[in-house]
Design a protein around this ligand. Structure first.
Ligand code: MN
Length: 762
């Protein structure tokens, strides 16, 4: 080997002196702890060359040396040099006939996580493709450790598929786990238990899901032996006893079957095997039957030239031996969802032994044995990078297809069988800087992430870094992203617009809650202004303590709540005054007429407010009380109409008020009136505005601010409807005249938070 001399002397010596557990293990595996010679560089290259004559030997050699140097003196629990592990993982993958990139990535798979090696260096030495495979494995390993600590096995299962954007990452991961399981005896018992459980829960079903039945069975049996050694021993003992009793049965059936098929002109390759301990055990458990009652301890695989031959061979078998009813399945015309195709049947064969048979073509057999790996196979003459890429993406498309099929399974039986391993391509998995795993639905962004970490983090989020780089909070997250949320102590409520950006219900609910609280604070501030204004005008004393005493009368729990109620228009400031001073009488003339009460304190109940006296309307020659339209009032500059209500008085409506429609049938009630303003004593008049504002904290304050700055008095604010994006407010205010009102409307329209303003009359 040309590059062999690059290995340092002591490494060479190490390679000679150490062990291997190279051969793909069958169960029961060969005795552990006997160290074989560690696979040498040329052994590995030979294995690859046997199925891929165009292999890049130089690259394989460089990877071998690089990984060996990187792991240096590190050892495994067994005492073996650590390097023996990636080497065995690579060897397992050569059994699957995988391409150079996969084999090289397998050699390097633990280097970034466990040694000084970096992604950049690997990219430089072995190219981007291999670099990204190794990084995928590094991410998986990190996630695995994190999930384990946080007992997030559920998440781990999801992430395995979600994170692997290259199917080869999963293949290497499975080979990695297989080798770890084969050498599990060296690990301390507690860890052994956990690793075996994880394998049984996650990796074995994953292998099965990917159609890799051999891999699945070995993982299951290795786990089974660790988790339940007694049951494992019992099953093995029974299997051995049965084998003793039915000595040569497999050989006999194989011979008979081949002869029968040949007689009918069908050439076939027949191989028999007994079922694996774990599958026998689960069948015994599931069906609550004893070992003897299990019918299908033996299985035979008949590989044929084409589909037609499969059906013909089935016919031959059924006419030779009696078939067991209800056991026939045609997975050729209706393939399983992981692409598995075969004909299945069970017959009562020689010695009254039930045997299970599977008929399939060579191609189907490859899928059945290698599953997804069969799609990633090195194929002779298909070695160019582009073709390789296409092949990989085909394999991946196949996996994705499988995932989709399984998640929308139309076959409940198949679906239930796999519920333990649901596939979660609809999720993304990210980390906090401390390594906590956060699982979110796909298309989630940093806002969702922040709220998933903690509500306070979400509420005070002002920026973020994704993988160390500044990014907008609306950035969609990718699997494996490390997200640092930057917070500000100044911000206690998020912009309401986030509610429509957030993807998760949790974030949306928290944003709504926070903005609602912020809005309440604003309403409370506004309510306080209204209350204080009323008290000042009425020249009565306001004090929090006094209001506190009046809380029961107002049926509110706190001063804050009272003020918010007033701010929202649910309660009148005069109600507050009355609760504090039971003798207080609302003085409407004070509002519209500018007439102030003579002295502070409650007015006498014997002096009803005479509104009419102060309303500056001409054309009324009666002593009737005059008031303004209840919903929206009227201001000087409006053309106005008086409506007479017998026994009550005259109500002034602006001519544009839709309420006038109600009186169209009663012309006798209409009264021509006009303003009679005294220019020297400015007076305020009621008007109502409808405002649609962008729903964010501070917007209400801005609106109230504009009105105040332009000398308008807010009398009442009512929040009539809220959509996620907008709040609709009905504001009753007092202005001097139409010009004044128009100026305020124009100023409001100029505000960015205001979407729409109009004057309304009810
Ligand atoms: Mn490893």
């Amino acid at each position: 080997m040309a590059s062999g001399r690059r290995i340092p002397k002591q490494m060479e010596a190490m390679a000679d002196s150490v062990a291997t557990v190279a051969a793909p293990a069958d169960v029961p595996a060969k005795p552990r702890g006997t160290r074989a010679r560690m696979m040498r560089q040329y052994d590995l290259v030979e294995r690859v060359r046997s199925y891929n004559p165009n292999t890049d030997e130089d690259m394989l050699n460089r990877a071998y040396v690089y990984a060996m140097m990187a792991h240096g003196e590190q050892t495994r629990a067994s005492g073996d040099p650590y390097f023996s592990h990636p080497l065995e993982v690579a060897a397992i993958l050569t059994n699957l006939k995988l391409d150079d990139a996969t084999i090289v990535a397998a050699l390097l798979h633990d280097t970034i996580e466990d040694t000084e090696a970096t992604r950049t260096e690997i990219d430089k030495l072995f190219g981007h493709e291999i670099g990204s495979l190794v990084e995928g494995l590094t991410k998986l390993k990190r996630l695995e450790l994190v999930s384990r600590e946080a007992k997030q096995a559920e998440n781990l299962r999801k992430l395995l598929l979600a994170i692997a954007d290259d199917v080869r990452v999963l293949l290497i991961k499975l080979a990695d786990r297989l080798h770890n399981m084969r050498t599990l005896e060296f690990v301390p018992p507690a860890a052994r238990q956990r690793i075996a459980e994880e394998t049984l829960d996650i990796y074995a079903p994953l292998a099965g899901r990917m159609g890799m039945q051999e891999m699945r069975e070995e993982l299951e049996d290795l786990s089974f032996r660790t988790l339940d050694p007694e049951a494992f021993a019992v099953v093995m003992q029974r299997l051995d006893a049965l084998a003793e009793r039915n000595r040569n049965l497999i050989g006999e059936i194989e011979t008979q079957l081949s002869a029968n098929l040949a007689k009918n002109g069908i050439s076939a390759e027949v191989t028999g095997r007994r079922k694996r301990p774990f599958s026998i055990w689960t069948k015994m458990e599931r069906k609550s039957v004893g070992f003897e009652q299990l019918s299908d301890i033996y299985g035979f695989r008949v590989v044929l030239n084409d589909v037609e031959a499969c059906y013909r061979a089935l016919g031959v078998v059924h006419t030779t031996w009696p078939m067991v009813p209800g056991r026939f399945k045609d997975y050729i015309s209706t393939p399983k969802q992981n692409d598995y195709r075969s004909l299945h049947t069970t017959v009562i064969g020689p010695g009254q032994q039930r045997v299970e048979l599977q008929f399939r073509t060579q191609d189907m057999n490859q899928i059945a044995e290698y599953g997804i790996a069969a799609h990633a196979f090195y194929k002779d003459g298909v070695g160019s990078p582009t073709e390789l890429l296409n092949r990989e993406s085909n394999a991946f498309a196949w996996l994705r297809h499988t995932i989709e099929m399984l998640s929308e399974s139309s076959n409940p039986e198949e679906f239930l069988e796999h519920t333990k391993l649901e596939l979660f391509h609809d999720q993304v998995f990210c980390f906090t800087p401390k390594g906590k795993l956060i699982a979110l639905p796909r298309a989630a962004n940093v806002i969702d992430f922040a709220y998933a970490v903690h509500t306070d983090v979400g509420n005070s989020a002002v920026g973020c870094k994704i993988n160390g780089k500044f990014a907008p909070l609306s950035s969609e997250l990718q699997n494996g992203d490390e997200v640092e949320v930057l917070t500000s102590s100044v911000q206690s409520a998020p912009p309401a617009a986030w509610e429509s950006l957030a993807r998760t219900g949790k974030a949306r609910a928290a944003i709504r809650r926070a903005t609602r609280t912020a809005m309440r604070d604003q309403y409370a501030g506004l309510g306080r202004r209204i209350v204080e204004r009323l008290f000042a005008r009425a020249k009565i004393e306001y004090a929090d303590d006094k209001l506190k005493g009046a809380l029961p009368r107002l049926a509110r729990a706190s001063i804050e709540e009272v003020m918010a109620s007033v701010g929202r228009g649910e309660m009148k400031a005069s109600d507050v005054a009355r609760a504090m001073y039971p003798d207080y009488k609302e003085e409407r003339t004070a509002r519209f007429g500018g007439k102030k009460p003579d002295k502070p304190g409650p007015k006498s109940a014997s002096e009803p407010a005479k509104v009419g006296a102060a309303v500056p309307i001409g054309g009324i020659h009666s002593g009737l009380p005059v008031k303004f339209a209840p919903n929206g009032g009227a201001v000087p500059g409006d053309r106005i109409i008086g409506i007479v209500t017998p026994g009550e008085g005259i109500t002034i409506y602006p001519i544009h008020s839709p309420a006038l429609k109600d009186f169209e049938e009663e012309p006798e009630r209409w009264l021509d009136v006009k303003w009679d303003i005294d220019e020297t004593t400015p007076q305020r008049f009621p008007a109502r505005l409808f405002v649609q504002n962008v729903n964010e904290p501070g917007s209400l304050a801005q609106i109230a601010g504009v009105i105040a700055e332009h000398d308008g008095n807010i009398d009442n604010i009512n929040m009539s409807r809220r959509s996620p994006d907008f709040t609709e407010l009905t504001i009753d205010l007092e202005v001097y005249d139409l010009k004044h009102l128009s100026a305020i409307i124009a100023q409001l329209r100029a505000k960015a938070v205001v979407a729409h303003v109009e004057r309304v009359n009810g």
